[in-house]
Design a protein around this ligand. Sequence first.
Ligand SMILES: Cc1cc2nc3c(=O)[nH]c(=O)nc-3n(C[C@H](O)[C@H](O)[C@H](O)COP(=O)(O)OP(=O)(O)OC[C@H]3O[C@@H](n4cnc5c(N)ncnc54)[C@H](O)[C@@H]3O)c2cc1C
Length: 370
Amino acid sequence: MNIAIIGSGLTGTLAAISLAKAGSIVDLYERLSDEELANRERTYAITHSSRKILEKIGIWSHVVSDFVAFEYLNVIDKNINKNVQFVVNDLMPKDHKYSSVGWIAEHNKIMSKLLEVISDIENINKIPTSVIPNTNNYDLIIAADGINSITRQKLKTPSFKFNYDQSCITAKVLLRGVKPTEAFEILNIDGPFAVLPLGGDSFQIICSLSKKKCSYYMSLPKSSFLDYLSTILPYGIQPDTLINEPKAYPIRFLLNYSFHSGKYIYLGETSHAFHPVGGQGLNLCWRDVDYLTNLIKSPLLRNKKILIPLLYSMSRIFDILSISFLTDSLVRYSTANYKITFILRKFIFLILKRSRLARKFILNTMTNGL
Ligand SMILES: Cc1cc2nc3c(=O)[nH]c(=O)nc-3n(C[C@H](O)[C@H](O)[C@H](O)COP(=O)(O)OP(=O)(O)OC[C@H]3O[C@@H](n4cnc5c(N)ncnc54)[C@H](O)[C@@H]3O)c2cc1C
């Protein structure tokens, strides 16, 4: 198949690799240089669903050396002062051999690796422009041009979107009193707060809080910002030094009403963007790539290419809706301060602490999707 991909972010790039390896000829349109593409300060949680996709495409061994594995995921509800730890044994038995609950990847490293892979694949043509000269040349056009997609606007595909009354602060810090293989998701009244290991004593913090508080904390001197972090971090964990300048960005929710329009297919953040809690964003984008590759490879659809966009749209509804619902519910759970809900919350943590089955269900839903 002749395929055009608009946008070479982590979704478009992986789609190009996956579809080219499945035998398609891919033109990859991107307006930024490789250097600009790699030069973003973001940190992703990589789940077992992404690991399986990268293995299937044959690039897992190439990228895993840049990932930091974590063996423990601590979920803490600050409002009720309860915690639960998810460990490797809470995963499905077939995932135990990886000895990791998940991995943490820094954007610049993973993007550079994927761009390296692309340069070795002959049937991918990188085209440094946003304009597709003749759309008739392609069997399929994939829009992976991100949350502000111009393609989606041009095609007038409706979407449901809103801005959370929250912003996200990200920063790299050196922490004391924590294992280098531990990650934390702290459900704090201001909003969820994640601590992700980057190797050694370095950790990425991703902290969501109201826009007002965000501007206040961003204006603090470094030492006061570290003091603020120490009020959220669990007892015994101390922030030592800020490694980089904290950055803030708004948090948006977006869900397209359809994941295709004619021969255009919307992949990744072009069709869904969520709150960062739970680290689902990139993993869901990569599952889009996997579903589309499976359809394109299917012998049943070899002479029915026209059906692929519709089938893709239908096949993605459940996963995308369920993850968007779960993610949004976690944000509301974290910020709800109604004492009446505390009994339920304590009960949830009691069940999670006592029942491996409950932990397995939650962890496997988060790592493999529903
Ligand atoms: C500020 C910010 C910070 C984030 N931080 C985190 C984080 O810390 N952890 C996490 O898990 N997730 C984070 N996310 C979400 C995460 O970045 C996304 O889930 C992931 O990058 C989605 O990738 P994508 O390829 O779908 O979209 P994008 O990464 O947005 O890629 C879209 C690409 O399309 C290109 N493009 C756009 N328009 C055109 C056009 N007309 N022609 C050609 N090319 C075009 C853009 O240049 C870009 O390269 C963050 C998102 C944002 C916006």
